[in-house]
Ligand binder design. Structure first.
Ligand code: SF4
Length: 567
């Protein structure tokens, strides 16, 4: 049964394929507007069921095309370490931050409009992935998947959402880190099983895909399925879904399959998946990326961030534990542990990835970032007239820096909030505008001022180089760059797209050299110790690998050379 094809050959006129339909949004058939066949049953989730485990953390409970600077700063491109010439090659990127890879959302709420809850949940998670969006909705008999390339608001419209009826849903918005940015790799990924179907959404990167591929090969052989035929996508999520599909069937239900699969996964994974009648959520033993549990009056919600709970009026219950599997069905909510927890939450979530209104480890991200700014001001002071952020990610830290330094805060840059990852390549003329597609200076604010510009991070350095140049052209007297994270020295293998080590600007260069390269008067980074202190989380419970190279989960074997050779 071929399901996940843009033009599924077995698609019937009414849009169904053996009880299941999986189509891009523009093909949503009117006949999909069948009412839910599941009786609406209020949840009695806690009676007679084990309590979820206690939470170890406190519950609430760019880029342009500019080459490296060679003018006025006594620094020539030819003097740079070899890495910088590689950096130049990457200068065509418009955006120069570690990009999020995905947002996941799930809801089990009989009687509620789960499609619209998922839509708004994904809307709140849009910052975690703008390449594709999708949701799977089950009415108890069949799972319907609608997904397509683009933003949540581009993929779903009112008629599409009105056609999706059911009592549970899984949603996803994607930024690709493994697998190309194509429809086939958009999620949720659907797989038919002997028991019906399942739809899977994943945030993170698996690091043992070779082992899993081998396992799937063996399962295919055991099931008489030609290997490779099952792969209609190159993402690790498709691999995972195919393994689930091989295991579910006969006496093996989805829950048992999950208990067999989850302990074998390595790397970062926040999984939200469903069969026709059960919603599942699982988080890797390190809890690298966030996943939270929320409560609706008539059901449960799981989401990448607490902000997605807020937007649909769900109450935050707790973070899903590292190594925990949650199962939600008409029998209620059950929690089991599939691996010993070894918490190492992603430090970069605090710096850039998560929304400022989200809470992680009991701390509001906005407060963490303002604290980072205050610490940065103490660690890296400079005399200046005005503190401005690189909006929006640098804003809370700039406010904190201004508070601690006593230097006025101002808005010197306006961000075009709607420049996402568009799929329209800019023309050469537009491309030459570079960073102005994203940021535009307010000249009246900037002219004649000694500026402190606070940004969240420097990855390749291209954005900051273009930014400094633009601010000088707008009349800034001095430009002092302050960064709310330490130098990014190592790539991320757990789902954040920092590219390769050779593309990073920091390895091989001193801070002074980086400063010259971006053309700033001075450059200061917060220390790793200072940053960790701002999070309120012990360093041993954090992943800081992109800053210190200490990876909490072994990296994929085919990337070891890159780290050892430094390129
Ligand atoms: S390597 Fe960096 S970005 Fe990746 S999970 Fe660790 S802290 Fe986060």
């Amino acid at each position: 049964m071929i399901i996940n094809k843009r033009l599924a050959p077995k698609l019937e006129e009414d849009g169904t394929v053996e009880g299941v339909v999986c189509i891009p949004s523009w093909r949503c058939p009117p006949s999909a507007q069948s009412p839910s066949q599941l009786p609406v049953t209020p949840l009695t989730h806690e009676s007679g069921l084990p309590e979820p485990p206690s939470n170890p953390v406190e519950p609430e409970t760019q880029e342009d095309e500019e080459p490296p600077s060679v003018d006025g700063f006594g620094f020539e491109a030819g003097c740079l370490a070899p890495e910088l010439s590689d950096v130049n090659d990457a200068a065509s990127e418009l955006f120069d931050h570690g990009e999020d890879e995905c947002g996941v959302f799930g809801v089990y709420a009989p009687g509620e409009d789960v499609a619209k809850l998922t839509y708004y949940g994904l809307f709140a998670l849009q910052h975690r992935g703008q390449e594709s969006a999708g949701m799977a909705v089950s009415n108890g008999d069949r799972i319907m998947v609608v997904k397509d390339m683009g933003l949540v608001s581009q993929v779903f419209d009112e008629p599409t959402l009105n056609s999706l009826h059911g009592h549970l849903a899984v949603g996803h918005c994607r930024y690709s880190t493994t697998g190309s940015s194509t429809w086939d790799n958009s999620q949720p990924t659907f797989q038919g099983t002997p028991e019906g179907g399942m739809a899977l959404a994943h945030n993170g990167n698996l690091t043992n895909t070779d082992e899993l591929e081998q396992w799937l090969t063996e399962l295919d052989a055991a099931h008489g399925v030609p290997h490779k035929v099952r792969m209609d996508s190159t993402s690790d999520t498709a691999l995972l879904a195919a393994i689930f599909a091989r295991l579910i069937g006969g006496q093996t239900l989805a829950t048992a399959a999950a208990r067999e699969v989850l302990p074998k996964l390595k790397g970062a994974f926040c999984l939200v998946f469903c069969t026709e009648n059960t919603l599942f959520a699982a988080r890797d033993p390190q809890g690298i990326h966030p996943l939270v549990l929320g409560r609706l009056e008539n059901g449960w919600v799981v989401a990448s961030e607490t902000a997605a709970l807020d937007i649909i009026g769900a109450t935050f219950i707790r973070e899903i534990e590292p190594g925990e599997l949650i199962t939600i069905s008409s029998a209620g909510l059950r929690s089991t542990s599939f691996a010993e927890p070894d918490p190492h939450g992603c430090l970069f979530e605090f710096v850039y990835l998560a929304r400022p209104d989200t809470k992680i480890s009991g701390r509001r991200i906005y407060q963490v970032r303002t604290e980072i700014g205050r610490t940065l001001a103490m660690e890296s002071p400079v005399d200046a007239d005005l503190v401005i952020p690189t909006p929006e990610s640098g804003t809370p830290s700039a406010i904190g820096y201004a508070e601690a330094s006593g230097i006025p805060y101002g808005q010197g840059l306006v961000k075009n909030a709607y420049v996402g990852r568009t799929f329209i390549q800019p023309s050469q003329t537009i491309r030459q505008l570079g960073i102005r597609l994203k940021l535009n200076p307010i000249r009246d604010v900037i002219a004649g001022k000694r500026l402190i510009v606070v940004d969240d991070s420097i990855v390749r350095g291209n954005t900051q180089r273009a930014l400094v140049k633009m601010l000088r052209e707008a009349g800034a007297a001095e430009v002092h760059v302050r960064i709310a994270s330490p130098p990014v020295m190592w790539p991320c293998f757990y789902g954040i797209d920092f590219a390769t080590r050779a593309e990073l600007i920091a390895p091989g260069l001193t801070v002074e050299e980086i400063c010259r390269s971006i053309g700033a008067d001075t450059l200061g980074y917060i220390s790793l110790e200072g940053l960790v202190a701002c999070t309120g989380v012990a360093k041993r419970r954090l992943c800081c690998a992109c800053f210190d190279g200490e990876y909490p989960v072994p990296i994929p074997p085919d990337r070891v050379d890159e780290l050892q050779n430094g390129c």
